[in-house]
Design a protein around this ligand. Structure first.
Ligand SMILES: *[C@@H]1O[C@H](CO)[C@@H](O)[C@H](O)[C@H]1NC(C)=O
Ligand SMILES: *[C@@H]1O[C@H](CO)[C@@H](O)[C@H](O)[C@H]1NC(C)=O
Ligand SMILES: *[C@@H]1O[C@H](CO)[C@@H](O)[C@H](O)[C@H]1NC(C)=O
Ligand SMILES: *[C@@H]1O[C@H](CO)[C@@H](O)[C@H](O)[C@H]1NC(C)=O
Ligand SMILES: *[C@@H]1O[C@H](CO)[C@@H](O)[C@H](O)[C@H]1NC(C)=O
Ligand SMILES: *[C@@H]1O[C@H](CO)[C@@H](O)[C@H](O)[C@H]1NC(C)=O
Ligand SMILES: *[C@@H]1O[C@H](CO)[C@@H](O)[C@H](O)[C@H]1NC(C)=O
Ligand SMILES: *[C@@H]1O[C@H](CO)[C@@H](O)[C@H](O)[C@H]1NC(C)=O
Ligand SMILES: *[C@@H]1O[C@H](CO)[C@@H](O)[C@H](O)[C@H]1NC(C)=O
Length: 378
């Protein structure tokens, strides 16, 4: 295995405090569509407690999950076979070159929809500085982003029994299988597929040619800070207009307000407060099922042969307790998890929190990914 690391550049001072220059939109076309994605015989956990009756019970669950003395109660497992609707968008450069046959499949994280990869401020519709899709298509690649299970208009499935970690990995595997088989009419069959996501390489190593893990360290202990920060606010009480109780049961959760959002996702002063306001106004819930099943996704993918890039966020609260420096060395869990890979590169992006795309220097991070992709022949 080839291992290389790049460490932090020396502290960047005044320059990072001012907003980045506006980024022009590249010329590319996008198509949005719904695709039916089947999942078959996926292992799910039967929740070992009844549905949360109210906010007090939800907040108490956050205490129990983050307790100093965790117990691992016996849980019952079952399986899920179902077809979900998944809302997706395919984008490709107007002028197609050789790289357009590499498809980057983009999975968003908790709290967002696929607009995380194509983020704009209302007041700056022509400034693409927060759009990964714009950067990737500008570099010649095609992209496929999708709303995860539970994020409308993708199916709002059961947040206790269905919207669980292994099901989400199965949805990504199912979507990729459909793409590779040429069974999504809007998406030409790609020659190579890069996944920007977590978990798939372990479960289905044959589906990816390359993996980029952004804002991820393979360490789960620091997610307790995220859980504590959210106190498991019920989404249907926090933003009842967007998440009415008739559609969003007590299994859908969120953090309390924009400062909770900042605490988990952003590093001050490296973001525009207007970006935080928009991210909070347009946030999406996560689910109880995602937390009871998080540890079911393996962090090691020893059978994945292709190249891997870790793009860590220097001040990632969720995966590094706000300091990723030192967690990506040759012996780290992150690097060792890909011990069958042709190449594992690690890079710590300076002056960003977990929500890398929402910071002033988002395009700097995008360039790191495009450079990696080009160097590996994608
Ligand atoms: C479903 O998965 C279980 C274990 O994961 C396996 O034992 C069983 O054979 C599978 N059933 C089908 C129909 O694939
Ligand atoms: C597991 O299933 C058994 C049999 O249905 C049931 O008695 C038990 O309460 C279940 N345990 C949990 C933790 O769900
Ligand atoms: C974008 O590309 C299309 C197809 O090549 C071309 O017709 C169009 O003029 C281009 N638009 C701009 C603004 O460059
Ligand atoms: C998928 O979408 C179709 C058409 O809009 C709808 O009839 C069906 O109920 C949806 N299925 C799921 C599982 O969401
Ligand atoms: C793709 O579609 C063909 C024809 O409908 C079908 O036979 C095949 O099983 C599908 N493949 C996948 C992966 O869904
Ligand atoms: C994503 O969320 C934004 C903000 O709520 C919304 O404007 C956009 O329509 C959503 N897109 C999809 C595909 O769900
Ligand atoms: C982050 O951790 C590294 C390694 O332990 C340390 O050198 C550095 O000072 C820490 N950064 C901050 C901001 O505390
Ligand atoms: C790679 O890691 C796996 C565990 O994930 C281990 O079983 C295997 O022995 C390791 N292989 C090498 C060559 O170190
Ligand atoms: C922006 O990101 C790039 C790539 O990581 C980095 O080289 C550069 O120093 C960053 N600029 C600032 C101002 O943080």
């Amino acid at each position: 295995m080839h291992f290389s690391a790049s460490f932090l550049p020396s502290l960047v001072l005044a320059a990072s405090l001012v907003a980045a220059q506006a980024v022009p939109k590249h010329n590319y076309t996008c198509t949005s569509f719904m695709v039916k994605v089947p999942v078959s015989n996926v292992t799910v956990i039967v929740p070992p407690f009844p549905e949360l009756p109210n906010q007090y019970a939800a907040t108490s669950l956050a205490n129990q999950i983050t307790i100093r003395t965790p117990s691992s109660p016996e849980v019952n497992l079952t399986t899920l076979t179902r077809t979900f609707n998944i809302s997706a968008e395919y984008c490709t450069p107007a002028k197609s070159g050789p790289r357009a046959s590499t498809l980057q499949i983009l999975s968003h994280g908790l709290g967002f929809n696929r607009s995380y990869w194509d983020f704009y401020l209302h007041s700056k519709r022509n400034d693409a500085q927060y759009s990964y899709v714009n950067s990737a298509t500008g570099a010649g690649y095609s992209t496929l982003s999708y709303n995860r299970l539970g994020i409308e208009p993708s199916t709002i499935a059961d947040p206790y029994r269905e919207i669980q970690a292994l099901v989400e990995v199965a949805v990504l595997a199912g979507l990729t299988t459909l793409v590779r088989a040429g069974n999504i009419t809007q998406v030409p069959v790609p020659q190579k597929v890069i996944h920007i996501s977590v978990g798939l390489a372990a479960v289905a190593p044959g589906l990816s040619d390359g993996i980029v893990l952004t804002g991820y360290s393979a360490l789960s202990q620091y997610t307790a800070f995220f859980i504590a920060n959210t106190a498991f606010h019920l989404a249907n009480q926090n933003q009842p207009k967007r998440f009415p109780p008739s559609k969003y049961s007590s299994g859908f959760l969120t953090w309390p307000d924009k400062f909770g959002n900042q605490f988990s996702f952003l590093e001050y002063p490296y973001f525009d407060p207007a970006v935080l306001d928009r991210a909070e106004a347009t946030k999406y819930p996560f689910t109880v099922g995602e937390f009871i099943s998080a540890s079911a996704v393996p962090v090691a993918a020893p059978n994945f042969p292709g190249p891997v890039l870790y793009l860590a966020a220097q001040s990632d609260l969720i995966f590094c307790a706000s300091n990723c420096t030192g967690l990506f060395g040759p012996d780290s869990v992150a690097v060792q998890g890909f011990n069958g890979s042709s190449s594992v590169e690690t890079y710590i992006q300076p002056n960003v929190g977990h929500g890398i795309n929402l910071h002033h220097n988002a395009t700097g991070a995008y360039n790191v990914i495009m450079d990696w992709a080009e160097r590996h022949g994608f």
